[in-house]
Design a protein around this ligand. Structure first.
Ligand code: XIL
Length: 313
């Protein structure tokens, strides 16, 4: 059986992939992406980021997002919106920091409600990458202008725009138990205490071959204990190039370990890879000399990692 089918048999909601618009011109790629037994969920990898979706104040551009949303609907796949509030790939008019707290609050409310309202009934990464690795708040324009109030502003606006959308906070380097995941645990607990709407915690899962944290399951379990879902939202496990058979075998074990952690925690609802093929991975452009992070290779052939995932589900 294929990956989404296996995930569902394990009691999960989906196994999915990110996708970016230019790749949809590649027909063999698009055909495999559209196989809902393999991928039960799609995330728009870039098209709903602030710089693209609201490049000027009040000017919304949903063209790229709509293409992926429509493809997901056509394929009967779930859709994850990514992302409302993030310091990166932010529109310059927001990043410039020229707004008062009152104005920026209104801007966040407008942005989040437009995005979530546009993709009703799906899943949203409402706030992305809000902490530094040491567990301190990231000094984004949002934090600098509003302090921690912006989480509540964004989440409430999202909930109001669509009561049926699952609302997540999402970040990297929070797979295991560490200062950063501790900070999320504390924040989410306080949001819940204030009755701020929050449905899940997304761990991105940008990992390194041979360096997968050993306490992912325990970490997931403590967030589940808060009464929210968890998901692995951007999984890839990169290696230093060149590829060797040994590294591919280690990568297979690493993928299996991540899947087993999700499988073991009832409230871990799904896993998304940050694209499925090395042909379109973001890794080589950002981590020099590294790559081959995904379960399919550049020729769209399955790697050992694929079998690691399949056997772990
Ligand atoms: C990446 C995209 O994949 C790239 O195409 C883009 O150039 C940069 O952003 N964490 C996130 C994602 O939440 O949005 C990032 O996506 C990868 C890291």
């Amino acid at each position: 059986a294929q990956l989404d089918t296996l995930a569902k048999r394990a009691g999960k909601v989906y196994f999915g992939s990110a996708v970016d618009n230019p790749e949809l011109g590649d027909l063999p790629y698009k055909t495999l992406l559209s196989n809902a037994s393999e991928f039960g969920q799609l995330t728009a990898g870039n098209s709903l980021k602030w710089e693209t979706v609201q490049p000027a104040r009040g000017t919304y551009n949903f063209a790229g997002g709509d293409e992926i949303l429509a493809l997901a609907k056509q394929n009967r796949q779930l859709f994850r919106g990514h992302t409302c509030v993030w310091h990166s790939q932010l529109a310059p008019w927001v990043e410039a920091g020229r707004f008062s707290a009152k104005e920026l609050t209104a801007i966040i409310e407008d942005h989040c409600s437009r995005l979530v309202g546009h993709c009703k009934g799906e899943i949203w990464d409402v706030v992305n990458e809000a902490f530094e690795d040491d567990g301190s708040y990231r000094k984004s324009v949002f934090y600098n202008t509003l302090g921690t109030q912006y989480f509540e502003t964004a989440l409430r606006a999202a909930r109001k725009a669509d009561p049926n959308t699952k609302l997540y906070l999402n970040d990297y380097n929070v797979e295991g138990i560490n200062s950063k995941s501790d900070a999320y645990y504390t924040l989410i607990k306080s949001l819940i205490a204030k009755k701020v709407p929050i449905d899940g915690f997304g761990v991105q899962g940008h990992l390194i071959v041979g360096q997968v944290p050993t306490n992912i399951r325990e970490n997931f379990q403590r967030f589940a204990g808060l009464g929210i879902d968890v998901a692995i939202t951007e999984l890839d496990i990169r290696m230093v190039l060149p590829v060797t058979p040994e590294k591919l075998e280690q990568q297979k074990r690493d993928y299996a370990a991540v899947i087993r952690a999700c499988k073991a925690v009832k409230r871990c609802v799904g896993v998304t890879v940050w694209d499925y093929t090395d042909k379109y991975s973001w890794i080589p452009s950002v981590f020099k000399g590294e790559g081959a992070a995904l379960p399919w290779d550049e020729k769209l052939q399955k790697k050992p990692a694929y079998d690691g995932i399949a056997s772990a589900w």
